[in-house]
Write a protein that binds this ligand. Structure first.
Ligand code: ATP
Ligand code: MG
Length: 305
C-alpha cells in the first residue's frame, strides 16, 4: 500500500533522512519510532505529499506522490505534528470543510462529520470556535479532520500528544477499531501505546532505519541475552561474587538486596541463581526474568556505542 524507496531529505547540508526503504501492507498498523530529531515528521510530510524529498520515491496505492498528488492525498488522512486548524471556524464547520476538500459527496458529509465527532469525543465542543479550545481538544480536532473522510490510510504524527489519560485510552480503542480496515502509520514516544496497537515497528535514528520488525522479533534480537532479577534477605554481596564465577553469567549488578544477573539461557540462569542462593543461605524472596520490553529495545538501538 505504501512503498518508500531510497528516500532522502536534506535541509541545507543537514541530512534529515538518509536512503530510507520500507513498505507498509494494506491493513497494517506500523509504529514509527525514534528519538527527537530522528526524521519521523520529515518522512511523514513526504509520504503525505506536503514536502518534496531531495531524492527517492514514495508510492501510495501504486501512485507516485508527486506525479499523482491528488490520487494520493484523497486516500490519506494526515494528522501533522502541528495540525493546521482554522481558529475562527466552529468545529463542525471546519470538519465539513475538510470533508468536502477531500472529495466526500455532499450527501455523506453530515454523517461522516458526526462520526468523526463521536469517535474523537468532540460532542461537547462541536459548536465552539477552534481558537477557544484547550490544547487537548484542538488535538482531537486535528485527529477528527484526519479521519473525517474515512480514508484508507492514516498517517498520524504523535496522535496522543497533549491528551489526558482517558482520551489516550479512547484513541487507543479508536486505532484498534480502525485496524484491519485501514492502513496506519503512527509516530509516538509513548512505548506502551505501540505495544498495544502496532503489529510492526520501524525504529529510525539519525535519519536511518535501525530496526524493522514485529515486537517479538525485536525482543529476540536485543543484544546481551537474558537476565534474571532477584531479591534476597541477606548476604547479597557474597552471592553476587559467587554468581560472577558461574558459567554463562556475563555480569551481575547489585543494588542493596536486589541483584540483576545477566547471562545466556534463561532457564540455566534461574537454576544456577536459585541453587547458589540456597547454598549461600541468602534468603531468596523473589526471582523473576522479565522479557526485554520495547523500552530496552528502543534505548539499545538508538544509543551510539
Ligand atoms: N524546516 C527545517 N529546516 C531545517 N532542519 C529541519 C527542518 N525540519 C526538520 N529539520 C531537522 O531535520 C531533522 C529531523 O527532524 P524531524 O522533525 O523529522 O524529527 P522527528 O523524528 O519528527 O523528531 P521529534 O520526535 O522531535 O518530533 C532534525 O535534525 C531537524 O532539526
Ligand atoms: Mg516529529
Amino acid at each position: 500500500m505504501i512503498e518508500i524507496s531510497n528516500l532522502t531529505k536534506n535541509y541545507g547540508d543537514r541530512k534529515a533522512i538518509d536512503s530510507l526503504n520500507f513498505t507498509v501492507k494494506k491493513g497494517e498498523v506500523v509504529g514509527f519510532l525514534g528519538p527527537n530529531g530522528a526524521g519521523k515528521t520529515t518522512t511523514m510530510k513526504i509520504i503525505t505529499g506536503f514536502m518534496a524529498p531531495t531524492s527517492g520515491q514514495v508510492k501510495v496505492a501504486g501512485f507516485d506522490v508527486f506525479e499523482n498528488p491528488y490520487e494520493v492525498k484523497r486516500r490519506i488522512g494526515y494528522l501533522p505534528e502541528t495540525p493546521p486548524l482554522y481558529g475562527d471556524m466552529v468545529v463542525t464547520d471546519f470538519l465539513e470543510f475538510v470533508a468536502k476538500l477531500k472529495g466526500v459527496e455532499d450527501s455523506r458529509v453530515n454523517q461522516l462529520v458526526a462520526r468523526a465527532v463521536e469517535k474523537t469525543q468532540l460532542g461537547d465542543v462541536r459548536h465552539r470556535l477552534i481558537q477557544n479550545l484547550s490544547k487537548g481538544y484542538r488535538q482531537r480536532v486535528g485527529l477528527a479532520q484526519a479521519i473525517v473522510s474515512d480514508p484508507e490510510i492514516l498517517i498520524l504524527d504523535e496522535p496522543t500528544v497533549g491528551l489526558d489519560p482517558r482520551q489516550v485510552a479512547e484513541i487507543r480503542t479508536l486505532l484498534q477499531e480502525l485496524r484491519g480496515s485501514h492502513t496506519i502509520i503512527l509516530s509516538t514516544h509513548i512505548l506502551p501505546e505501540v505495544q498495544a496497537t502496532c503489529e510492526r515497528v520501524i525504529i529510525i535514528n539519525r535519519g536511518r532505519i535501525v530496526a524493522e520488525d514485529t515486537l517479538s522479533g525485536l525482543s529476540n534480537r536485543l543484544r546481551g541475552g537474558s537476565y534474571v532479577q532477584l531479591r534476597v534477605r541477606r548476604n547479597s554481596s557474597e552471592l553476587a561474587q559467587a554468581l560472577k564465577a558461574v558459567g554463562g553469567v556475563t555480569s551481575v549488578e547489585i543494588n542493596g538486596n536486589n541483584l540483576k544477573v545477566h547471562g545466556t539461557g534463561t532457564e540455566e540462569l534461574i537454576e544456577a541463581v536459585s541453587e547458589l542462593a540456597v547454598a549461600k543461605r541468602a534468603g531468596l524472596v523473589e526471582l523473576s526474568h522479565p522479557e526485554a520490553g520495547l523500552e530496552d529495545i528502543f534505548i539499545e538501538l538508538t544509543t551510539q556505542h
